[in-house]
Write a protein that binds this ligand. Structure first.
Ligand code: ATP
Ligand code: MG
Length: 462
């Protein structure tokens, strides 16, 4: 099958619609012409018949009460039929429809014996008759053969005019179809075509592709807008993927490099293979192990990647029991702990393992990034429909401009110092994923205690 583009199809659709309408109009008019117009013609002819009757009767009387004058000079028939009316009215009669359609040519004059004297040669069954009465005596008949079809003379002209109109309508339909197709393809289809072309480029991997956005709020404008959004998202995702791969390989390379260096030193005999060297090697392997574990966790915590096994639980309990595993650490760091838990249950619908992971990451950070002798303050309470857990600690804090970046993967506020403490910058981004998977929110702000304040908000259950 031939492939048609949208413009051609539109043209065909508009054109065929216009033609169908014109055709229907033509057929309809034709039917009406044959029915109504015929009735009209015969009505007119009948009126004219009455008028002719007067003239014919007068002609009979004036010519010696005989039809002989007509038998001898048939050409007088035409003149006889001319209406006998005052001059002033004559033009009106001449231009009457019956005159124009040649109704008089369908009149026949018969004598008393029904023999034709003059006029139309055929007298059909359907003929309409009027007696010619002189002094109370019927001396002949004036007969009208009614129109049976619209075919002669003026009617033909009328039909021709119809054909001309049909041509004109057809021409107008072509112009209209061309105009509409042109307008539509300019105004509506061009943006669609642009999106189609751009999609093609996008599919080929050109994520920088954009289409010019048209004004307005119609579907076409929205299509362009949505396309650009889609391209932007793909572009961002692609950039994020590259960045992530680069970050991951960079993060893996560092401990691997250290490990490699140490092993080489041992091989070359620069260092002795003793318990301390082994401990150091093991430490590097552990760092690597943790990093790989975190990366795995991160990929799992992506909303949708893991089916969270949620159940109704008491958030106070999760916070409390997680904190209890940190007892040693908190004491060891010399931090003064202040715990402020609501004395009613805080029901939330969540995955206990994940929530524990969330809070241990936060407590771990507080222990790790708070100077000895500082304070750690934890509170859990309810605010309307939300359960709120605040974790605050004392100095050091995070620079205000770095606060929003804390949740980025591999982000460390003080890279050199934190690397020594073993952090890879994944903890808080894992926390953020977990909170989002619970339809909650996590925020970082400076704490009045001098350090960092992390607030977790989760929707209450029931
Ligand atoms: N309680 C805190 N006080 C001060 N700084 C903090 C605190 N928590 C986090 N930070 C800063 O935010 C950075 C990001 O924290 P995050 O937990 O994401 O990574 P990390 O602790 O460095 O590594 P990981 O948690 O993956 O072992 C940390 O490196 C640290 O600089
Ligand atoms: Mg951390």
């Amino acid at each position: 099958m031939m492939k048609l583009n949208l413009t051609t199809r539109l043209f065909a659709a508009v054109f065929s619609t216009a033609m169908a309408v014109a055709l229907a109009m033509g057929v309809f008019t034709h039917i009406n012409l044959n029915r109504d117009f015929l009735g009209y013609l015969n009505e007119q002819a009948l009126g004219r018949l009455e008028l002719a009757l007067v003239s014919v009767t007068a002609g009979f009387k004036e010519n010696g009460n005989s039809w002989d004058f007509l038998r001898e000079r048939p050409e007088l028939w035409g003149r006889l039929l001319r209406p006998r009316v005052p001059e002033a009215q004559a033009p009106a009669v001449k231009t009457s429809p019956a005159e124009l359609t040649g109704a008089t040519r369908r009149f026949t004059l018969l004598d008393v014996d029904r023999q034709r004297i003059a006029g139309f040669p055929q007298v059909p069954q359907t003929a309409i008759e009027r007696p010619v009465v002189v002094d109370g005596l019927t001396v002949g008949w004036l007969v009208l053969a009614p129109f049976e079809s619209v075919s002669s003379g003026a009617e033909k002209r009328f039909a021709d005019a119809q054909v001309r109109t049909a041509w004109a309508v057809g021409g107008a339909a072509v112009l209209l179809a061309a105009g509409v197709a042109f307008w539509v393809s300019r105004r509506l289809l061009r943006p669609v075509r642009r999106v189609a072309e751009a999609s093609h480029r996008l599919a080929a991997g050109d994520y920088g592709t954009r289409v010019p956005e048209s004004r307005g709020d119609d579907e076409v404008a929205r299509l362009g807008h949505d396309f650009n959004q889609l391209a932007l998202t793909l572009q961002r995702n692609e950039a994020m993927r590259r960045e992530f791969m680069a970050d991951v390989s960079h993060e893996l390379r560092t401990p691997l490099g250290v490990l490699h260096g140490e092993l080489e030193a041992l091989e070359d005999g620069v260092r002795r293979l003793d318990a301390q060297a082994l401990r150091s090697l093991k430490g590097e392997v552990l760092t690597l192990h943790k990093l790989v574990d975190d990366l795995y966790e991160l990929s799992l915590s992506d909303v949708g990647a893991l089916s969270y096994r949620k159940a109704e639980l008491d958030l106070r309990e999760v916070v409390g029991s997680t904190l209890s595993t940190f007892g040693e650490r908190v004491n060891g760091s010399g931090l003064a702990l202040r715990l402020d838990l609501l004395d009613q249950p805080l029901p939330v619908f969540g995955d206990e393992r994940r929530l524990r992971q969330l809070f241990s990451n936060l407590f771990e950070n507080s222990c790790r990034y708070t100077e000895a002798g500082g304070a750690l303050q934890i509170s859990a309470r309810r605010e309307g429909e939300r359960a709120i857990v605040d974790v605050q600690d004392s100095a050091p804090g995070v620079l205000p401009e770095q606060l929003p970046r804390l949740f980025e993967r591999f982000f460390r506020a003080e890279p050199s110092r934190n690397r020594r403490s073993g952090g890879s910058g994944l903890g808080l981004s894992i926390c953020q994923r977990i909170v989002e998977a619970h339809e909650g929110r996590i925020e970082a702000r400076p704490s009045p205690l001098g350090g960092l304040w992390l607030r977790v908000e989760l929707p209450m259950h029931g």
